[in-house]
Write a protein that binds this ligand. Structure first.
Ligand code: NAD
Length: 256
């Protein structure tokens, strides 16, 4: 059990981050939720998790596209034993049309934020004698698809960062790993469907079956609960020697 540990999950008011936070809370960890908004419903999600599981849960507004905010999140969390770098955005366009501001935002949120949160939390982990850093990368951290230049670059980047931090913390009771999901039906994936429909001139059903799940041999979306379970495993003693590596939860995508 993760009782007494505190997990900070970036980008966790929706999708995979929220699913991972819920599973960590069910395993006993206190959780700090985050996104860039500061709405009543954001704080309500934390209250609901606390009520359901009995752990301490709070929501901290911080914009993961800004380095100072990333570091403030760790500071306001108070303690960070488990760091889940999950915040991420996507934009789909051929490289010649890819907006520079989208490229910059994707690199900042999907990659650079993890540099800042890791830098701000690793000393505390060393002092307390336990640390788990889990970066939510992607099958696109290991393989590519057309029209996702920024995303694929950021995700390959975070896999490289994962290996480096695994080495820097190898002699400490800290591990750093990346989880590489295939397609998970979250709001992020939902929002890609219209663009992909346009790009390939296809119906919604055909995009799901022939584009998204085409690469996923299981022909099923992975679930946020399965990703949460993988994170709980990585936090356990059984995973203490698993570091600097990736775990794919992709229905066989990267085996192809
Ligand atoms: P999502 O859109 O449901 O969630 C993204 C989260 O990041 C949200 O909570 C959002 O509020 C937050 N976020 C966005 N910009 C932010 C910012 N500037 N500051 C703080 N938080 C911010 O998407 P998701 O599918 O749950 O994606 C979560 C992670 O999983 C991303 O890193 C994504 O790349 C990765 N991933 C998703 C899939 C998938 O199929 N859904 C597959 C592989 C990897």
């Amino acid at each position: 059990t993760l009782a007494g540990k505190t997990a900070v999950v970036t980008g966790s008011n929706s999708g995979i981050g929220l699913g991972v936070a819920r599973e960590l809370a069910k395993a006993g960890a206190n959780v700090v939720l985050n996104s860039f908004t500061d709405r009543e419903e954001d704080h309500a999600i934390a209250a609901e998790i606390a009520k359901e599981t009995g752990v301490d849960a709070k929501y901290v507004q911080a914009d993961m596209s800004k380095g100072e905010d990333c570091r403030r999140l760790i500071e306001e969390a108070g303690v960070c034993d488990i760091l889940i770098n999950n915040a991420g955005i996507q934009h789909v366009a051929p490289v010649q049309d890819f907006p520079t501001e989208k490229w910059d935002a994707i690199i900042a949120i999907n990659l650079t934020s993890a540099f800042h949160t890791i830098a701000a939390s690793v000393s505390g982990m060393r002092e307390r004698g336990y640390g788990r850093i889990i970066n939510i990368a992607s099958a696109h951290g290991l393989t590519a698809s057309p029209y996702k230049s920024a995303y694929v670059a950021a995700k390959h980047g975070i896999v490289g960062l994962t290996k480096t931090i695994g080495l820097e913390t190898a002699r400490d009771p800290i591990t750093c790993n990346a989880i590489c999901p295939g397609y998970v039906l979250t709001p992020l994936v939902e929002s890609q469907i219209p663009d992909t429909m346009k790009e390939y001139n296809m119906s919604r059903e055909d995009v799901i079956e022939q584009v998204m799940l085409q690469r996923q041999p299981s022909k099923e979306f992975a679930t946020v609960e399965q990703l949460g379970g993988t994170a709980v495993y990585l936090c356990s003693e059984a995973a203490a020697q698993v570091t600097g590596t990736t775990i794919s939860v992709d229905g066989g995508w990267t085996a192809l």
